[in-house]
Design a protein around this ligand. Structure first.
Ligand code: SF4
Length: 268
């Protein structure tokens, strides 16, 4: 079949998602509002670093239904159908057209255990828009990025497009999203914390950033907080993973500040 592997990846075992089938709804070259130092799919080329207002019109081709059906046909157990992987998926104004088809195909099949949940990775930069939040909350699990909670760390770590909102606006958008998501759907905040071996480059693994993040998380009150680090080749050679001991310390700091058993804080 021509173009058989245009949209689907995997399924892959994922530490945070279980067995996950990836869906990429963006063009082949990464399109993102950020250029994170640790990005595992390489640097965002200047032409592909776009404003959070930027939209692409890329509806699912007829092959999407065929391709996903052909993948799912041979899988009897799956934990997640996961949108993401090649940049910021909310930039595609047709995201829900893909989700509707994926949900239809998923619901038609009989699964060995529970049916896989629909999951979205977002970098949170577009969530200030009510229109985007209304789309995002259709996913059963939203994995929203927040690695930093002050503008200096934001600029250094995520290198946002110049039109991206400031970090306070992003945190406010996450607070709103948590209040708006329907019962049964979950918001997980992903905090990727890393080290730097370049003296002049300060990583996000500082007491100030961790403390600022903890207070932001307390306000957001997500269902889940995921602390993790670099696991593949990062975009910049001088950043590297924090160790497990540090992840545990960060988890403890977050729990101490959040003081809410309803927020499940874990490291991976
Ligand atoms: S938001 Fe995600 S895709 Fe975009 S640069 Fe950062 S890590 Fe890469």
């Amino acid at each position: 079949m021509k173009n058989l592997k245009r949209y689907c990846y995997g399924p892959f075992p994922s530490r945070r998602l279980g067995l996950s089938l990836g869906i990429d709804i963006l063009p082949k070259s990464k399109l993102c509002t950020y250029n994170c130092v640790y990005c595992e799919i390489g640097q965002t080329q200047p032409i592909n670093l776009v404003s959070p207002e930027h939209r692409i019109h890329a509806p699912p081709s007829q092959n999407f239904r065929k391709e996903l059906t052909s993948y799912i046909k041979y899988i009897s157990k799956l934990d997640s159908i996961t949108f993401g992987y090649n940049g910021e998926p909310t930039l595609n104004e047709n995201m829900l057209d893909f989700l509707n088809i994926a949900t239809e195909i998923r619901d038609e099949k009989s699964w060995l255990n529970n049916k896989p949940r629909s999951t979205l990775f977002t970098n949170s930069s577009t969530l200030y828009s009510q229109e985007i939040r209304d789309k995002v909350k259709k996913f059963e699990l939203i994995l929203a990025k927040l690695d930093v909670a002050n503008d200096d760390d934001f600029k250094r770590t995520n290198h946002p497009h110049k039109s991206a909102p400031n970090i306070e606006t992003i945190i406010e958008a996450l607070i709103k999203l948590k209040k708006e998501i329907p019962t049964g759907h979950k918001l997980a905040i992903q905090c990727l914390i890393f080290n730097s071996n370049k003296k002049e480059f300060i990583s996000n693994n500082t007491p100030k950033n961790i403390n600022d993040l903890a207070h932001a998380l307390k306000k957001i009150k997500p269902d889940i907080v995921q602390v993790y680090s670099i696991a593949r080749m990062p975009a910049k050679y001088f950043v590297f993973s924090i160790d497990d001991e540090r992840k545990k310390q960060i988890v403890n700091t977050f729990r101490d500040v959040i003081k809410d058993n309803g927020v499940d804080v874990r490291s991976y």
